[in-house]
Ligand binder design. Structure first.
Ligand code: CA
Ligand code: CA
Length: 131
């Protein structure tokens, strides 16, 4: 006779709850591809950096703003996210009260840096259809 030894292997299944919490930086949409929101956005530095301001209407004096600081002669990048249609372009003026030379930022356009001669120069803006 032969003894048959049956070996029972009990397999214990352990459930390991490995919780890996990834917290992706909720990166705002790129300034160059942002959807229209009805605002013109400006930034203190090039590439949409530093302090920022936005307006849905005209602004005749960048020294005083609601919700953001003094942006007079500081603007180094800008995006026109206004809705297309009438008054869709933004005219930046070198002086307050929309005086002096101006440059026109077309609807939907993003300037990573201001046009030549316009860094830290804009002092007011108005919406128009002039580009
Ligand atoms: Ca600047
Ligand atoms: Ca100025």
């Amino acid at each position: 006779m032969r003894n048959v030894k049956l070996t029972t292997l009990a397999t214990a299944a352990a459930a390991l709850m490995a919780t890996l919490t990834l917290t992706p930086q909720s990166q705002a949409s790129s300034p160059a591809t942002a959807m229209a929101d009805g605002y013109v956005h400006v930034w203190e530095h090039t590439g949409a950096g530093g302090a920022t301001c936005r307006w849905s209407g005209d602004d005749s004096d960048y020294r005083f703003n609601t919700g953001c600081g003094d942006m007079n002669d500081k603007v180094s990048s800008a995006r026109n996210s206004g809705y297309s249609g009438a008054y869709e372009d933004v005219l930046f003026y070198e002086n307050i009260d929309r005086r002096g030379s101006f440059v026109c930022l077309p609807n939907g356009a993003y300037w990573e840096s201001m046009p030549a001669g316009w860094n830290d120069r804009a002092s007011s803006h108005s919406w128009g259809s002039a580009c």
